[in-house]
Design a protein around this ligand. Structure first.
Ligand code: SF4
Ligand code: SF4
Ligand SMILES: [Zn+2]
Length: 295
């Protein structure tokens, strides 16, 4: 074979993209094909389960590129659909505000900024004893860990560590946050479970503030705030009137969390008050409750 022939072959390989590791369909590696299970989303050829999980296409570059383009278009369409739905819902909220203001005799409903927060609605049930035991066990391990920590570094004051709670009056939530969360009734507390986001740092701080309390007393105080009847399958402290735990005993997560809708509302209200807000608690696009707020 002459030198020129070799060059032509190399050019073809390069043109077909072999050097880049891109294999054309007729030269592709054989794939394990499970009939009806994994097929390329573009050309429909059989592909491995791995390729399906990672790419949903075969390993031909054109299929990958086209699939990515389809996904982008699809995402844009979904975003556009969600935007239209949001606008439609906001329009309905404004109609509801005007109607409710008329019924309640409130003048100038357009002065109230409409804001939507999540709506929590679950029944109240008697707390199963095993959940109380689970919290007791969790507290026991936290207290033991806190005790160990204190033994290792007795001079470590919890205040030197990352802030864990909001103990003073200055850290009280804004009135609008209180109103919004009251209207919502604690959708975010659902993931509190039997542990209520309590941490070792929290226990350390509490013990430091109450040096007269022994370990069993600290545990008893935390357990004493658990209600007989709580919201079904929500945080163990989540009761009919909201959180049963005093604010200075809650974790930082509980004291500082703001959901996306609440953040959106706070952004809307930036600037000096007083603020007039029409708060709507909604589940998807169904209005569950509402309130006119003057803060
Ligand atoms: S932070 Fe959001 S989800 Fe949590 S209670 Fe407040 S409004 Fe509801
Ligand atoms: S401790 Fe209170 S604020 Fe925190 S998740 Fe439980 S109910 Fe909600
Ligand atoms: Zn393909």
């Amino acid at each position: 074979m002459s030198e020129n022939d070799i060059q032509v072959i190399n050019q073809n390989r390069s043109f077909r993209g072999w050097n880049l590791g891109i294999v054309p369909p007729d030269k592709r590696r054989r794939t394990v094909f499970l009939p009806g299970k994994a097929k390329c989303a573009v050309c429909g050829r059989g592909i491995t389960d791995r390729d399906w999980r990672l790419y949903q296409t075969c390993d031909f570059w054109k299929c990958r590129v086209q699939h990515r383009r389809q996904q982008r278009t699809f995402r844009t369409e979904i975003d556009e659909h969600e935007r239209r739905q949001r606008e439609e819902f906001e329009r309905r909220v404004c109609l509801l505000r005007d109607k409710a203001a008329g019924l309640l005799g409130i003048d100038g409903p357009e002065r109230f900024v409409p804001a939507v927060v999540p709506a929590f609605q679950r029944p109240i049930t008697y707390l199963p004893q095993k959940r109380r035991f689970a919290l007791g066990d969790h507290l026991k391990s936290l207290i033991a860990e806190a005790h160990e920590k204190r033994k290792v570094s007795p001079d470590d004051h919890p205040d030197n560590a990352a802030p864990t709670i909001a103990p003073d009056a200055n850290s009280k939530p804004l009135p609008i946050v209180q109103e919004a969360c009251t209207t919502c009734r604690g959708s975010c507390c659902i993931s509190g479970g039997n542990r209520a986001y309590l941490t070792v740092e929290m226990i350390l701080r509490y013990s430091n503030e109450h040096p007269e309390f022994e370990a069993h007393k600290v545990r008893a105080v935390f357990l004493s705030h658990v209600g007989e009847r709580t919201i079904e399958n929500s945080c163990i402290y989540h009761g009919k009137n909201g959180c049963g735990l005093p604010r200075d005993m809650r974790s930082t997560t509980c004291n500082e969390f703001e959901c996306a809708r609440l953040r959106r509302l706070l952004k809307k209200l930036s600037g000096p008050g007083p603020h007039l807000v029409f708060l709507v608690a909604a589940e998807k696009s169904r209005v569950v409750r509402y309130a006119f707020v003057h803060i």
